[in-house]
Write a protein that binds this ligand. Structure first.
Ligand SMILES: *[C@@H]1O[C@H](CO)[C@@H](O)[C@H](O)[C@H]1NC(C)=O
Ligand SMILES: *[C@@H]1O[C@H](CO)[C@@H](O)[C@H](O)[C@H]1NC(C)=O
Ligand SMILES: *[C@@H]1O[C@H](CO)[C@@H](O)[C@H](O)[C@H]1NC(C)=O
Length: 446
């Protein structure tokens, strides 16, 4: 079939068929005026069938006008079905599928695939307008019915009645439910993806969690790497369906993602993920669950250390305001590696407590490094105390401050013989027992 022949054929079809379709729409209006609902419906069905036959030649204007008439006649579901068919089943609809909307092509404006794609998207836009319209009508009708307090059922026109769960059902709320159901039942991936995006752009993305279609999970997965809101929906979707393993995995990816997320939220994602791992029934725990769980726990230790490091920097009087701002920028976001934390911050800033914690997190077992750190740490406490005491501002005796600090860090390390080498530590501590500060205040209390 040559292109020009096809075009002429379509034009001919249009001149023959379109008037018939318009005629049927007019008839439907007349039947509506005489309250003949059966015949109204029949005429509308005929009209949509005819319009669908010529759908490739119909302009968006003609489609919009026809749909508006259908809506005036409360033919919501039919109008939606009509638009879905026109958008998807026509030749243009198929052509649109070959257009990749993600690839940017400056010459695309003239591309027939792009034109077909744009047409498809604007037809979907019409469907979403219909949904908004019927949503509003349904809400108004329910409000109206409940305000009037008059739920008397007129058997001929059951416009209002009470559902099995005591909810008010109106003609429009029924139409709304049917309209959504028509969309949800429609088998076309492109449509579903646009449909879900419409939910999100309307701020009702949460509703996607209730949807069970063959497309929803792929949609959430496909977009979770590009859109933070969708990434958050993905783990919720899994957890609602009690798929805790996948929920934990999604949360782990979120905590590692390049989205603009502060450290506290990343830590929260990890602790949720850890919680989900603990929800997996023992009978379902296989190697991959164990691996995931330990990956989450390891990352959480690093993130917590990073958090503690950031707080230490912010409280450190030696660090200037500008340097603090830089530190916030670097640390209040993505989770860094333990070696970055150590080499860029902990070691150069002389945070010996955090260095010992870093050794623990990274399972660093070099005893020389560990002892040197302990020695530096005890010395730091001593120097700090002396500085405070020299101008008489210290209220606590040295032994009290010293043992308080020692217990605090010791309780975090004492489960490891390597990090908490008792004998060596004792030898280090003895040195301070003979210091002037320690003995003057503390010796009697030991
Ligand atoms: C409720 O509607 C019925 C029938 O439409 C009417 O007869 C009745 O008076 C109404 N009652 C109230 C309280 O409005
Ligand atoms: C980290 O960033 C968040 C969000 O901008 C902010 O609320 C929080 O106070 C920051 N934390 C620190 C320690 O600066
Ligand atoms: C004493 O020194 C400490 C630490 O150097 C300082 O924070 C404090 O303000 C000083 N107190 C007095 C009373 O000078």
């Amino acid at each position: 079939m040559s292109q020009s022949w096809l075009r002429r054929f379509c034009a001919l079809l249009l001149t023959k068929v379109l008037p018939l379709a318009i005629e049927s729409l007019k008839k439907a209006k007349d039947y509506a005026n005489t309250n003949d609902h059966e015949m109204k419906k029949k005429s509308l069905q005929i009209a949509t069938k005819l319009l669908e036959q010529t759908s490739d030649s119909l302009s968006i204007e003609i489609i919009t006008d026809s749909v508006n008439i259908m809506l005036q006649l409360d033919y919501y579901v039919g109008a939606i079905q009509f638009l879905l068919n026109v958008a998807t089943k026509s030749e243009q609809g198929k052509l649109a599928l070959q257009y990749d909307s993600d690839s940017f092509n400056p010459l695309a404006a003239a591309d027939p695939k792009k034109k077909a794609y744009d047409r498809r998207i604007s037809l979907y836009g019409l469907i979403f307008q219909i949904l908004s319209d019927i949503d509003e009508k349904a809400i108004l009708s329910i409000r109206h019915a409940s305000e009037n307090g008059n739920l008397t059922v007129d058997k001929n026109h059951p416009a209002v009645f009470v559902g099995p769960e005591g909810q008010i059902i109106t003609q429009y709320s029924q139409l709304r439910d049917q309209s959504y159901q028509t969309c949800l039942n429609f088998k076309d991936k492109v449509f579903h993806y646009e449909f879900y995006k419409w939910f999100i752009s309307n701020g009702i993305g949460q509703k996607l969690l209730e949807i069970d279609t063959p497309y929803i999970l792929d949609f959430l997965k496909d977009f979770s790497t590009k859109d933070f809101e969708i990434a958050k929906l993905l783990w919720l979707y899994y957890s609602r369906r009690e798929n805790y393993y996948e929920a934990a995995k999604s949360l782990l990816s979120l905590s590692l993602s390049s989205f603009d997320i502060d450290l506290a939220n990343r830590i929260q994602f990890l602790s949720r993920a850890n919680g989900f791992c603990n929800c997996i029934p023992p009978s379902n725990i296989k190697q991959d669950v164990v691996q995931l769980s330990s990956q989450i726990i390891d990352l959480m230790s690093v993130a917590n250390l990073q958090d503690e490091l950031l707080l230490s920097i912010l409280q450190d009087i030696r660090v200037g305001e500008l340097a603090k701002e830089v530190a916030v920028e670097q640390l209040n976001g993505s989770i860094l590696t333990i070696s970055d934390l150590f080499n860029d911050f902990i070691d150069p800033l002389g945070y010996y407590e955090l260095a010992l914690i870093a050794f623990k997190v990274s399972d660093h077992r070099n005893s020389e490094d560990i002892l040197t750190n302990w020695e530096s740490l005890l010395n730091k406490w001593y120097v700090q105390y002396k500085a405070k005491n020299s101008n008489g501002s210290s209220s606590e005796p040295f032994y009290a401050e010293f043992s308080h600090k020692f217990i605090l860090i010791g309780s975090r390390l004492s489960d490891s013989d390597v990090l908490f080498p008792v004998i060596e530590l004792f030898q280090l501590l003895v040195k301070y027992c003979y210091s002037k500060e320690f003995s003057t205040d503390g010796v009697n209390h030991l």
